[in-house]
Design a protein around this ligand. Sequence first.
Ligand SMILES: C[C@@H]1O/C(=N\OC(=O)Nc2ccccc2)[C@@H](O)[C@H](O)[C@@H]1O
Length: 474
Amino acid sequence: ITAIVWSCINTASINAQQAATTAQKTIALQHGAHGVGRRRDAAMEKWRAYGLGQFVHWGLYSIPAGEWNGKQYNGAAEWIKSWKEVPATTYDSLMYQFNPTKFNAESWAATAKQMGVKYVTITTKHHDGFCLWPSKYTNFTVANSPYKKDIIGPLVKAYDRRGIDVILYFSIMDWHNPDWRYDIKTREDSVAFDRFKQFTRNQLLELLTLYPAAKGLWFDGTWDKSWVKQAAFADSLEKEMRAMRPGLIIGSRFRADEYGKRHFDSNGNMMGDYEQGWERKIPEKITDVHGNDWDCVMTVPENQWGYSKIWKGHIKTTDELLEMLAKCVSLDGNFVLNFGPKPDGTLRTEELDLAKGIGAWMDTNSEAIYNGEYAGLVKQDWGYYVKKTGTNKIYMLVFNVPVSGALNVVLPSRTAISKVYDLGGPGLSYVPEEIGTSTYFIHLKQQTFKRPFVLVLETADNSKNSGAQYQKAK
Ligand SMILES: C[C@@H]1O/C(=N\OC(=O)Nc2ccccc2)[C@@H](O)[C@H](O)[C@@H]1O
């Protein structure tokens, strides 16, 4: 017996040593993630519950709309200033054409409200450097356009008073500012970029001061070496902004740690409050999101954020976008759909139609989207599970009805379905057929469905009658 005991002790100690060596050693970081795991304060709990958001990309790029001197730009319309065919000064003179006479912040916000969005991310300044607010740190703003008036203020007010939270998009990269650098190679670069850093700090503090209702900042244009090398500056600026606006929400794209690691620091911990890497892509499974909050930002065409006259390639339909929304919420994320308003300030018809279609579905089914989280159930082909935060209510968002008409549900053992009903069909309920321990078929009552629909599962603990017999499979 002694020999057996000794061999067990030896095995255990060898396993412990192996575990220590394989576990990554934690690196001491000054400017890495400042928290591990999810923020649990009210502001972040609210962000986590949004489910559906709207992105708005609007600026001077909306005027050329992907075309220059009659030629189509192959990239994303909001990047047209970077096209070699476009002289920067000629692009910048578009400021003198910016006059969205039909712009109406209230109508944009009303469209978003009807669509069912809970937050909106609005471009204040994109990579081209044009500011949609009258910044006092540059002349390249709406104040010097024929339009003259602030765009951001009315938008914040119109959305906020409808209960839609506003997040301000801000591009660090600024092609208009002569002090912008892609990398810091010389003394001159360093002197210029120090001026640029102060300009950036001034504009961000200005935005937080002018628009105190804004709940967060969505940073972009932070991938170049010049900014990646500013770990200390960016960290201190983030701290300053958070101190100025308690509860402020900032994603993983803002800053790098002192080893240049972005989104996840050198110890693998996420920077910021939520992961911002899901741009035009959606995680496949829950392990892809590493237990973090995240949102997916999505375009209607393949890759156009700003208004583009011609939408090439596949244009996503209402049901495709609803399935993306369902998938995001089922995996603990939010889904943010982009709108690229026209230069006159109106929204394009295709986007208005999508907003109406999504809104109509949300009118019936939004309780399966808001305050939703990963249900922890075995994924089935028919669609997506969403669990209502803080309850045992589970929603089945059905997009693919099997030819059998029977939806398979596998629950954790000792859990039973106590009730099933259709969120959309008043009084339409189901009696599931139990075909194994905590395994069921829900036999749908109709054969064809034109739209995605939601069933509500109420579950109960049935550990007491664990030996329960189940109905003979029919
Ligand atoms: C929301 C989009 O954000 C951008 N760029 O996004 C990224 O760079 N995405 C990215 C890059 C590397 C990894 C993951 C995502 C911008 O250039 C674009 O014009 C648009 O505003």
